[in-house]
Design a protein around this ligand. Structure first.
Ligand SMILES: Nc1ncnc2c1ncn2[C@@H]1O[C@H](COP(=O)(O)OP(=O)(O)O)[C@@H](O)[C@H]1O
Ligand SMILES: CC(=O)N[C@@H](CCC(=O)OP(=O)(O)O)C(=O)O
Length: 262
């Protein structure tokens, strides 16, 4: 039996007030223990633009220089995180907003410079993630809401992709709970054709994944999402689902909609 849901909500949902409201209502109705993880890449890009700070991505990861880490700290850790917590409270969900620096839950190291200098981007060592403080919050019937920020233990906040944080938290908590990790976004799952919203692939294992890769079906953000999903399933997480934000409540039951990773 699943006793913890680790749920990540995507950037296109956070950026769409109607989708976000429905998602938060559904999320609040989930019985039992749950953790929410969010980024907010699009909002950070918009606010950066207003401040004259250009956003650059390489392989889906933001180049995070000194000005950019300030923007993402304010946007993810402040604006987005606190708005989500306030809206969850309005839905009767007793949420507590945090980053990976809080209670030292997600220590990380600044990504080493190779061909690309990503700046203040944090890589997580899954073995370093602290499950005990998170378990204490869950046992107190609080719902932790994580912004996509980590820290280096020496006073530096780092920017880490929200899908990766969700996978790392699910892996760490799988030592303590039976975990279902759910990636929620604006599509009904991983699609055979990214333009056809109804072409949902119900099940993906390593072999199907390799076939889809060879067929060129998977592009953009769905690739790192699937890599994070496989990392979770291969490191102790019981179940991983990729589905629509509107389906989050039904995806906590036995009958799931979307794509199951096995
Ligand atoms: N086969 C596919 N199925 C679903 N989404 C796909 C597929 N190929 C590419 N994508 C793109 O991947 C995106 C999801 O990744 P991303 O933008 O990083 O989402 P999020 O912010 O939710 O993490 C979708 O919005 C979609 O445009
Ligand atoms: C290092 C890195 O790229 N971090 C991401 C964190 C936000 C994120 O993951 O947000 P979404 O879920 O909206 O994509 C970024 O700054 O865009």
């Amino acid at each position: 039996m699943i006793d913890l849901f680790v749920i990540k909500v995507g950037g296109n949902v956070i950026d769409n007030p109607a989708l976000l409201d429905t998602f938060l209502q559904q999320f609040s109705k989930i019985q039992g223990k749950k953790i929410l993880i969010h980024g907010g890449g699009k909002i950070a890009t918009r606010i950066g633009d207003k401040l004259g700070i250009e956003s650059k991505y390489v392989d889906g990861r933001r180049i995070t220089d000194a000005d950019t880490i300030d923007v993402v700290t304010m946007v993810y850790g402040g604006l987005v995180n606190k708005q989500l917590v306030a809206k969850l409270q309005a839905n009767g969900c007793n949420a507590i907003g945090m980053t990976g620096a809080d209670a030292n839950i997600i220590p990380a190291v600044k990504r080493p410079v190779k061909e690309i200098d990503y700046g203040f981007v944090g890589d997580i060592d899954n073995d370093q993630v602290q499950s005990a403080p998170l378990k204490a919050l869950l046992e107190a019937n609080l719902t932790p809401v994580f912004a996509s920020l980590t820290h280096d233990g020496k006073g530096q906040i780092l920017n880490t992709n929200a899908d990766t944080i969700a996978s790392a938290l699910a892996i760490a908590m799988s030592k303590v709970y039976n975990v279902r990790l759910i990636y929620c976004f604006e599509k009904k799952g991983v699609l055979h054709d990214a333009q056809d919203d109804n072409a949902v692939i119900n099940l993906i294992d390593r072999q199907i994944y390799n076939e889809l890769l060879a067929d060129g079906v998977l592009t953009d953000g769905i690739l790192p999402k699937l890599n994070n999903a496989f990392a979770a399933i291969e490191s102790g997480v019981s179940e991983v689902l990729i589905g629509h934000a509107d389906d989050v409540l039904s995806n906590t039951s036995e009958t799931v909609a979307g794509t199951l990773i096995r």
